[in-house]
Write a new protein. Structure first.
Length: 242
């Protein structure tokens, strides 16, 4: 639930708790099975790939409301999730709006996965190699010291990355990294550019229905890939997911 970001018109990453619970229940009703991001990735390595009905839930930034509202819902429904956390200060964001050491340790103790999301949430695509190491490797080190355990997953702030950013994430020892949106197949070769789906709160719009249906997802993925290709051709860059 990043703070108020709206990637596409009418699409927000923020959800009311009641809508979040509704989404999870609706996915469960439709036969989707929730797995940790580690298990989602491991299933993708199996011959034949993972089931189309496996879902990994993720949150970005480390907002306090994740602990207050999302954790009890996840607990109740037995759903694992990954929380990508910024380990330093975020410009313009008060510390009390974000999870501190206590909340993060509680998350981990509740079986949730804590991932890294840099030290200060910069646009990584604009940083030098030294600054990339500091933001990406530094965040991993901060969280590992705080949690006394390994941090294996990363999410690019704002979904922005390029080859140098990806190389740094690999160099720093992460197992996988998430972009922001898209309906990619998330095959093993894309583990450092994982796509994520965003649903509208009640999951009732045409795009939601497309994403929930295997054939619809396939069509959506094809459309997204074509759009990304056109964008790359127009802009002349390979950076970024948006
Ligand atoms: Zn973020």
């Amino acid at each position: 639930m990043p703070g108020g970001s709206v990637p596409l018109e009418g699409w927000s990453y923020n959800l009311e708790p009641v809508d979040f619970a509704h989404q999870l229940e609706k996915l469960q009703e439709r036969g989707f099975r929730f797995v940790s991001l580690a298990n989602y990735l491991a299933a993708g390595e199996l011959p034949g790939g993972r089931s189309r009905k496996q879902v990994a839930v993720t949150f970005d930034d480390g907002w306090l409301d994740n602990h207050r509202y999302a954790l009890p819902i996840l607990d109740r429904l037995g759903v694992p999730a990954t929380f990508f956390v910024v380990s330093g200060e975020m410009a313009g964001v008060k510390a009390e709006r974000r999870m501190g050491a206590g909340e993060l340790r509680e998350m981990r103790a509740a079986g949730m996965d804590i991932g890294a999301h840099t030290r200060s949430h910069p646009n990584l695509a604009s940083l030098s190699e030294a600054r990339l190491d500091e933001e990406i490797g530094g965040c991993k080190a901060d969280l590992e010291a705080l949690l006394s355990g390994e941090v294996r997953h990363f999410a690019y702030p704002g979904g922005r990355f390029n080859g140098a950013v990806q190389a740094c994430v690999r160099r720093q020892g992460f197992a996988a990294a998430c972009g922001v949106v898209g309906a990619g197949a998330n095959r093993p070769e894309a583990r450092f550019a994982l796509s994520r789906d965003v649903f509208t709160p009640r999951m009732e719009r045409p795009r939601d229905r497309l994403l929930l249906h295997p054939v619809g997802r396939w069509l959506w993925r094809r459309g997204s890939a074509l759009k990304a290709m056109r964008k790359r051709t127009e802009v002349g860059t390979t950076g970024g997911m948006l």
